[in-house]
Design a protein around this ligand. Structure first.
Ligand SMILES: Nc1ncnc2c1ncn2[C@@H]1O[C@H](COP(=O)(O)OP(=O)(O)OP(=O)(O)O)[C@@H](O)[C@H]1O
Length: 683
């Protein structure tokens, strides 16, 4: 550029930044002026300085490309595709990383010298701090797609270039890179670059979508479009959904389009049914029967969209619609010592049955399973049952409780060590739990307690399917299926930085919520089953009387099935003649049952007389039953009183009262109904 032109360029920038723009000079767009200000005042760059663009050596460049190999692989196709569209128009195509380093490049090889001289080449660093206003650097800082055309470049030496560039944003909203087309000959008018800018925007979007789909390849992805006609061929919004129906992530178009639904609170962590007029179960159900595009409305704003659902990759080999209907389940209570099966564990709880059907679909696929549930809900039992039902059943099932092993030992427990790896190491070394589970299932219980320092190592094992024991150098290949369990909210831990997001996505291929005991719709059935199992393991057969069953079914069970097992084990040991009554239940269960009942005065003991004597009926029950009493003959009145006395004596425990009276339970209930005897708790 001749000196006079350089001076004019520098003059123009100075007057514009100082607010004294020449009135003949066309207005400069705001982002460009702001960038000129930054370049001049912040970075202190001299616009006339002719220093060439910095180009990294091959070795230096490797340091930038290696950590983003996946991104490069995904973006490559889009870079190639874009370049095919623009190469004949004299553009080169640059893919830059988040630092502005050109990590992929395409250009007409005939002009290689010129590309290199202008810095439109592999390894060139296009950051604003160094180059001042330029396509890549300014799009990176402003986080928008833009064209920096000719004299809008800050440095005079770049003022013949035209650069159109768009940022590429990751699922978590960070700039992962930028895609740019640049040319050193172009018409003067900036409008001439409109199409080039639209093409880079489209390519950036294509890379973002491909990256999103790859990042969540083991998850369900809801693809949404505002136009029915386009929904099948291209989607505007992408939403990744975990196996529990909660949104894991949404791409930036989805976040922007659906911001009104969340009041700015973000989509991640919300249930699909909170945002749309359909819940996840229904969505799965519809898409399992048809792959059609489904009209969906958003809950708050009522936006009409058209969606399709992409299955986790490992399931998609078999369309969900083609999954056979589950065979009718045969449910039998396992004999003592017999492994609990998935069908048995599902019980008759509606939600659990659905979960088990879904588990069956994925258990033989390389999809990690995450089990959520309160302590004692049976997570380990489930993990074992999944293993037993899977193709890996004849291989080891290895359980590791991350909360139970001291942090200092977890590493060697999991990864093992070579002989002599450290003082005290066994002379032959140790195969860690991961290698022990080779070919089988590794169950990581309390995964939320996995120390932060080991999370990257575990991630590497899962990604690369190989382990390097402590003190070893050669990685050993391992084939394992991972099932994790936690009672903690891992998403919250991810948000607070206590759990690695990438590890969470690796582990949560599909997740299942095990209901607490108090939420189960089949609680009485389960209580009976657990009693059968407990009674079978050494104790006498027993039954639970109605009152005790009511107490057990109403209890809150903070320790879930584990606590229930213990309570029944105790009751079996103390009960008489195989009948478990309230008196046989541990006090922590009966004491917490019904605080209102406990506050009531004790039921008065009846007078010893066997004949009708209204004075003994201190509960005011019979006041309400005068009409019935009047209709009874003397015999009946006497019989009624005997029954009532026995019930009072045994604090309304039917099973005990029947023994005093010498009648069966069924007869007792019939008589109670006939004589209108209603236990206090049912009044
Ligand atoms: N459906 C069931 N029927 C009978 N017993 C069961 C059932 N589910 C679980 N159990 C028993 O309940 C106890 C707790 O189960 P488990 O250890 O699998 O729970 P967990 O959710 O893994 O607990 P934690 O979170 O405390 O590790 C075990 O003794 C197990 O045998």
């Amino acid at each position: 550029m001749p000196d006079r032109a350089i001076n004019r360029h520098v003059q123009r920038i100075f007057s514009c930044v100082s607010g004294n723009r020449d009135k003949d000079d066309p207005a400069v767009e705001i982002p460009i002026v702001t960038s000129w200000e930054r370049s001049l005042q912040h970075y202190g760059i001299d616009p006339s300085e002719p220093n060439p663009v910095r180009v990294l050596t091959e070795g230096e460049l490797k340091g930038y490309t290696q950590p983003i190999e996946r991104f490069l692989r995904i973006a490559k196709v889009a870079v190639h595709h874009l370049h095919r569209q623009v190469s004949d128009l004299g553009y080169s195509t640059l893919l830059c990383d988040a630092n502005g380093v050109t990590v992929d490049w395409r250009g007409d090889e005939r002009y290689i010298r010129q590309w290199k001289d202008t810095g439109l080449f592999l390894g060139a660093v296009w950051d604003e701090q160094r180059e001042g206003t330029c396509g890549v650097g300014t799009a990176m800082i402003e986080q928008v797609a833009l064209t920096v055309h000719k004299g809008e470049h800050f440095r005079a030496k770049n003022a013949n270039l035209t650069c159109s560039c768009a940022p590429i944003v990751s699922p978590s909203g960070k700039t992962m890179g930028l895609i740019d087309v640049s040319a050193f000959h172009s018409p003067d008018s900036k409008e001439s670059q409109h199409l080039a800018l639209q093409l880079v925007i489209q390519s950036a979007r294509m890379i973002e979508s491909a990256y999103f789909l790859s990042q969540f390849e083991d998850q369900w992805v809801l693809r949404l479009s505002f136009e029915r006609e386009l929904a099948e061929v291209s989607s505007e919004c992408l939403i990744a959904i975990g196996g529990d129906g909660k949104i894991l992530a949404a791409d930036r178009v989805a976040c922007r389009s659906l911001a009104g639904e969340t009041g700015g609170g973000g989509l991640a962590g919300r249930l699909i049914g909170e945002v749309f007029d359909i819940d996840f179960e229904k969505l799965l159900d519809i898409f399992s029967r048809s792959s059609m595009v489904l009209p969906i409305r958003t809950q708050k704003m009522g936006l009409r969209m058209f969606g399709s659902l992409r299955c986790p990759q490992a399931i998609s080999v078999k369309p969900v619609a083609a999954v056979e209907a589950p065979a009718p389940r045969k449910r039998k209570v396992p004999a003592p010592g017999e492994a609990l099966t998935l069908d048995y564990l599902a019980g008759e709880d509606h939600k659990l049955l659905e979960s088990v059907e879904r588990i069956k679909r994925v258990m033989n696929k390389p999809i990690p399973i995450l089990l959520n549930g309160e302590t004692g809900t049976g997570k380990e039992m489930f993990a074992q049952a999944i293993h037993n039902a899977s193709r890996r059943a004849d291989r080891p099932f290895v359980a590791v409780n991350c909360a139970a092993i001291p942090e200092s030992l977890i590493e060697s427990e999991l990864f093992g060590y070579k002989e002599g790896a450290f003082t005290g190491a066994r002379s032959k070394g140790m195969r860690g739990k991961i290698l022990q589970s080779d070919g089988g299932t590794l169950f990581l219980d309390e995964i939320g307690d996995m120390p932060a320092s080991l999370q990257p190592r575990l991630l590497r094992v899962l990604a690369e399917r190989e382990v390097t024991p402590l003190g070893g150098e050669t990685p050993i290949p391992v084939d394992l299926h991972v099932i994790c369990a936690t009672h903690r909210n891992i998403l919250d831990m991810v948000a607070s930085g206590d759990f690695r997001e990438d590890l969470y996505y690796r582990l949560n291929g599909v997740s299942f919520e095990l209901p607490s005991l108090r939420e189960r719709s089949d609680i009485e059935r389960l209580i009976d089953d657990v009693l059968t199992i407990e009674a079978g393991s050494g104790n006498e057969q027993a039954v639970i009387d109605d009152e005790a069953m009511r107490v057990l079914a109403d209890f809150s069970w903070p320790g879930n099935i584990r606590q229930l097992r213990n309570a029944l084990r105790y009751a079996l040991a103390v009960c008489d003649k195989g009948i478990i009554t309230c008196a046989d239940l541990p006090v922590d269960v009966t004491g917490a049952t019904d605080p209102a009942a406990r506050a009531k005065p004790a039921i008065p003991r009846p007078a010893p007389a066997a004949l009708p004597d209204r004075s003994c009926e201190a509960d005011d029950e019979d006041d309400d039953n005068d009409g019935i009493l009047a209709e009874l003959n003397a015999m009946e009145q006497a019989e009624r009183q005997v029954i009532l006395d026995a019930l009072h004596k045994h604090k309304w425990q039917v099973s005990r009262a029947v023994r005093d009276v010498g009648i069966s339970r069924a007869t007792m209930y019939r008589k109670m109904e006939k004589y209108a005897i209603v236990p206090p708790n049912k009044r």
